[in-house]
Design a protein around this ligand. Sequence first.
Ligand code: NAP
Length: 316
Amino acid sequence: MSGKNHHKVIIIGSGPAGLTAAVYASRANLNPIIFEGIQPGGQLTITTEVENFPGFEQGIQGPELMDIMRKQAQRFGAKSLFKVVTSVDFSKRPFTVKTEDETYTADAIIVSTGATAKLMGIPSESKYMGYGVSACATCDGFFFRNLKIFVVGGGDSAMEEANYLTRFASEVTVIHRREEFRASKIMLERAQKNPKIKFMLNTVIDEILGVDENGRKMVTSARLKNTKDGSTEVVPVDGIFMAIGHKPNTELFKGQLNMDETGYLIVKPGSTYTNIEGVFAAGDVADKTYRQAITASGTGAMAAIDAERWLESVQE
Ligand code: NAP
């Protein structure tokens, strides 16, 4: 099959998994195209310093790391399309990938659509999203200079965001629903040692309160609920940052690719093979355990190698 919209390999998603797959696939002369999607560069573009990606002794800013990866892939012929995939058809080969205005086909597909921050799901959270409620400290922290902030969650994300937000806020309180933390020891200790960070444990946000009048919308306080005795109190706060985990971006593949009960793609253990031959999955979209940039990159490399070998085997 040929034609301008046919490609040997299409990569859907442009985080560390997708861009590493692109480096490997382009070096294997597979001329991949990458659909960069709604967040080119993925989740690392909304993080600050990445300290644990090997090769960067002094750390590197997330967006810069992703720019480097993209340029590295482009050096070997990978092409980025800054488009959003709206539907896919993996029922027959070549596979079909549609965007709003065009249809593309591919012999092999690498799915690396990542995951997105979860929200608590209470109506006041959506109401004040962007008006005091945020899921991205690096995007919105700046707006809370000398103000009071809550960070919700007890994992590494919550600790990282809390630490980061002390650059701006006068005080950061981590609100966590139990006493034990999911966060790694080093991240937790760093937050505990930070004099600007307080902890409220066994606590959840019951309601976010604010003003919404004459075009003025802002968070002013939150009703907090003790998870042990059910008691509530209203505490003044200016900004609330959600750091309660992520959900995989797999809506597009429902009914086509096998997923677990939480929506993560299922791959054959030790590989990136999905249930459809020729479709491979890499990165957070198929990983609820590690979810690190480096592990995403690792599985991105695996997906490109799997795709290359599979393409060779079907062409024989
Ligand atoms: P996570 O480890 O799943 O932690 C989510 C936290 O949010 C948990 O403490 C959980 O409470 C809480 N939570 C979940 N749903 C909630 C709800 N509806 N209401 C209130 N609290 C809720 O997620 P994460 O912190 O985003 O980390 C994900 C992965 O990324 C981890 O593997 C982590 O190590 C990694 N990560 C690494 C770094 C780094 O190394 N620099 C930075 C960020 C993330 P429970 O504990 O009670 O379930």
